[in-house]
Design a protein around this ligand. Structure first.
Ligand SMILES: [Zn+2]
Length: 434
């Protein structure tokens, strides 16, 4: 058996008086908050997911010595950009790739959320391109997410929707939860490689993503519109992990076949020998403003916000198509002390929708709210069934996933430098409002 019941944490590690608490995941020992937005220096940067195991030491977003996070520093740089000139650059790029017979000349990956809507719509109706949109399906669509996806297609786009094998995706997601407390990890991997794979299969070399990672503080070069191919390819399949588990073990111990795992694997460089991929960020060429993308998508394509507030935050318009989203943000709250309201306020402060004081009040009110609304469905999704998945089933000490199991996992993944126990209640050691 490979997946044991979550180990108990050592309670004294979390005592209030512990002056030197342990630090998990290679995070910064001293917790700092950005003086402009609400990010903390615990926020990891994006990494090569296929190398991710529980031993992985995170790199976190850089902070300046004036306590300003990298996302806010990037924002300052954006003020000096000549957007007219960048728009011209985009026109030239489109001129180079545009097909005159109306066949597909670029790929736009997306979910049909506000950002992918904005990207595909601009490219088609303003720059005269013929985009093919491609989508890696969510774990479990929300009703409103599915409607928005349909609205996107009906605003004038062909779409390839890839829905991974449900049994395989559930086993991988369960492993990612148990090993990494990262329910989105197999999805991220699949979603990452799928557009590049489609581009190569259909020989459509130009791929457009929306906003750049630099806008979220990742130390990428904001003066470069191209996405680094290192993230998409590897030669060394021996060292690939999905859900923190080696591919060879997924085959041998969990009964998954090579074919079933292929959609989650980075491309091999020789898969690309016929197509010289050019993966671009549209956010380099056009100023990216999430709230405006939302208004744009609503006006031009009937994009509708969720009918209810998202768990853990106040907004209804971003990241609303997958029922597992609530859990994703709850796990980042447990591991890094950063919940969904922190992500949302940081972004809205930087874009001038709210000020920092309002952001902090929203975090105090909503961050870390327990994801109750879809929990029964998600726990069923994460339970491994002996009939459907007999080999994988044997590798879990407790194949059934329930609330107690989830809470015990939470406790296992709390880093002592972030959490303390006060009168048997979990509290953040450092709160942004203190
Ligand atoms: Zn900041």
């Amino acid at each position: 058996m490979l997946i044991k019941y979550p180990s108990k944490n050592i309670r004294s590690d979390y005592s209030e008086n512990n002056s030197d608490p342990k630090v998990y995941y290679g995070l910064n020992k001293e917790i700092k908050f950005c003086s402009k937005c609400t990010y903390s220096n615990q926020k990891p940067t994006s990494e090569k997911e296929f190398k991710h195991t529980i031993e992985t030491k995170k790199t976190t977003i850089p902070f300046s010595d004036k306590h300003i996070c990298n996302a806010c520093q990037v924002l300052e740089k954006k003020d000096n950009i000549d957007w007219a000139q960048r728009k011209n650059q985009l026109k030239k790029l489109c001129d180079k790739y545009r097909k005159s017979d109306g066949s597909y000349d670029c790929i736009v990956p997306g979910s049909g959320g506000k950002d992918s809507f904005y990207a595909s719509y601009k490219l088609k109706y303003e720059f005269g391109m013929n985009p093919l949109t491609v989508t890696w399906a969510p774990h479990i669509y929300t009703e409103w997410g599915w409607k928005n996806f349909q609205s996107w297609i009906h605003s004038g786009f062909d779409n390839h929707l890839f829905t991974p094998n449900g049994r395989v995706h559930r086993v991988l997601t369960r492993l990612a939860v148990d090993n990494l407390f990262h329910p989105f990890q197999p999805f991220i991997m699949g979603q990452y490689y799928f557009p590049a794979r489609m581009a190569s299969k259909l020989n459509i070399p130009l791929v457009f993503y929306g906003d750049t990672n630099a806008e979220f503080g990742h130390p990428e070069d904001f003066s470069n519109p191209e996405r680094n191919m290192n993230f998409f390819t590897t030669n060394n399949t021996e060292k690939i992990f999905i859900g923190g588990t080696k591919v060879s073990s997924l085959e041998k111990d969990f009964g998954l076949s090579k074919n079933e795992l292929e959609p989650y694997l980075p491309l091999k460089p020789n898969e690309l020998k016929n197509t010289k991929l050019n993966i671009q960020y549209l956010g380099y060429y056009l100023p990216w403003h999430p709230q405006e993308c939302y208004y744009f998508a609503s006006e031009k394509g009937n994009f509708a916000p969720a009918p209810e507030r998202n768990v853990g935050t106040y907004q209804k318009y971003a990241s609303i198509d997958d029922k597992i989203d609530d859990f994703h943000y709850f796990t980042t709250f447990i591991k890094f002390g950063i919940g969904r309201a922190t992500y949302d306020t940081a972004q809205e402060i930087r874009n001038g929708e709210i000020n920092r004081e309002e952001g902090i009040a929203l975090i105090k009110k909503y961050d870390g709210e327990f994801p109750k609304r879809f929990s029964d469905e998600i726990f069923r999704y994460l339970s491994i069934n002996s009939v459907e998945m007999p080999i994988a089933y044997k590798q879990f000490e407790k194949p059934e996933f329930d609330l107690k199991y989830f809470n015990d996992l939470c406790d296992k993944f709390r880093s002592p430098h972030i959490w303390k126990l006060e009168n048997k209640q979990w509290q953040l050691r450092n709160k942004i409002w203190n």
